[in-house]
Design a binder for this molecule. Structure first.
Ligand code: TYM
Length: 332
């Protein structure tokens, strides 16, 4: 079975709709056909300051949400990044393989560091993508299911894998991004020119999966559309309506063309009402399942302990091979 690996940050509390449609939904599907490794990336989270109690709670919450979304520890390996020390260890090796200029060109770093200012942005934020490279290469992943915003980090992963292999001999699988065209980028409901995100979205434009379903329905109903009246997918001319069609199509399983046909002659209100209903139907059980996992910390810990053990077995082997290839003297 080909292998997939992906990660999600625990920083935000609730996952948002972009996280789910762009990534986690694919994680759930791929665990059926692939040898899947999924993790909550707490080492990445500390690239910006975190309150310790909040980080701990949000890490549990992220795991609970993954389980609620359908990530099944019987079908995949689910773990927390800091439980597997090899991530930081291979991260260092990859740092020493990455050009300073190469890292400086990462657009997410440029955006985030520009926002924070040169002295508040940490060196950890700078090497964030390099740690992500280590995450992926440790598991010899063939594919990495993510949203469009992660594409550049996967490109860097490919470059570094090839560089290492060229210099020290075949060691790492060169991974490919797994990005579904339709849901690669879910947009802010209030400003469909920007992607939905915790940091950039307006509160009204951001659908948190753990919001009260009534709030979610209200946000859908006040989504920005356009002054036209036709319900048609056109990302350039009608980004707001197209975003709503994408979301409804994915949640309902009806192709966009079928939706376009069924809304012929109907107004935006009808589309929003149906989408609000579909959203509420999705988030209501998601919320209660998340709560159930949170209420049972022993089960959650047991899942993570088993996940870490399975992950370490793979990661340790890759790291040992990497150290050997690079010429580190083995510890006797
Ligand atoms: P993170 O935690 O920001 O986001 C988790 C996943 O959600 C996707 N995503 C979106 N997809 C579509 N539309 C959106 N508006 C949207 N917003 C977020 C992201 O693309 C991502 O797939 N660097 C990663 C975490 C990471 C990782 C890894 C991923 C660490 N190590 C190794 C893959 C492999 C991140 O910050 O994701």
């Amino acid at each position: 079975r080909p292998r997939v690996l992906s990660g999600i940050q625990p920083t935000a509390g609730s996952f948002h709709l972009g996280n789910y449609l762009g990534a986690v939904r694919q994680w759930v599907a791929l665990q059926e056909s692939h040898d899947a490794f999924y993790m909550v990336v707490d080492l990445h989270a500390i690239t910006i300051p975190q309150d310790p109690a909040e980080l701990r709670a949000n890490t549990r919450l992220a795991v609970a949400q993954l389980l609620a979304a359908g990530v099944d520890p019987e079908r995949c390996t689910l773990f927390v990044q800091s439980h597997v020390p090899e991530h930081a260890q291979l991260g260092w090796v990859m740092n020493c393989l990455t050009g300073f200029g190469e890292a400086s060109r990462m657009t997410q770093f440029k955006d985030k560091s520009a926002k924070q200012g040169a002295d508040r942005a940490t060196v950890g934020l700078f090497t964030y993508p390099v740690l992500q490279v280590a995450d992926i290469l440790l598991y010899q992943a063939n594919q990495v299911p993510v949203g469009e915003d992660q594409r550049q980090h996967i490109e860097l992963t490919r470059d570094l894998a090839e560089r290492f292999n060229g210099r020290y001999g075949q060691t790492f699988t060169v991974p490919a991004p797994y990005i579904l065209k339709e849901t690669a980028k879910i947009f802010d409901l209030q400003d469909p020119a920007v992607k939905m995100s915790k940091s950039a979205s307006t509160p009204k434009g951001l659908i948190n999966l753990l919001d009260d379903p009534k709030v979610t329905a209200k946000k859908v109903k006040s989504a920005v559309t356009d002054t036209d009246t036709v319900i048609r997918f056109d990302a350039e001319e009608k980004p707001g309506v197209s975003n709503l069609l994408t979301i409804l199509s994915t949640l309902s399983g009806s192709p966009v063309e079928d939706l376009e046909r069924s809304y012929e002659g109907k107004g935006y209100g009808a589309l929003k009402t149906d989408l609000a209903e579909a959203m509420v139907e999705f988030v209501t059980p998601f919320r209660s399942r998340t709560q159930q996992y949170l209420d049972d910390p022993e089960t959650l810990d047991a899942i993570l302990a088993k996940g870490a053990e399975k992950a370490r077995a793979v990661a340790a082997e890759t790291l040992a091979q990497t150290y050997d290839r690079m010429g580190f003297l083995p510890a006797k």
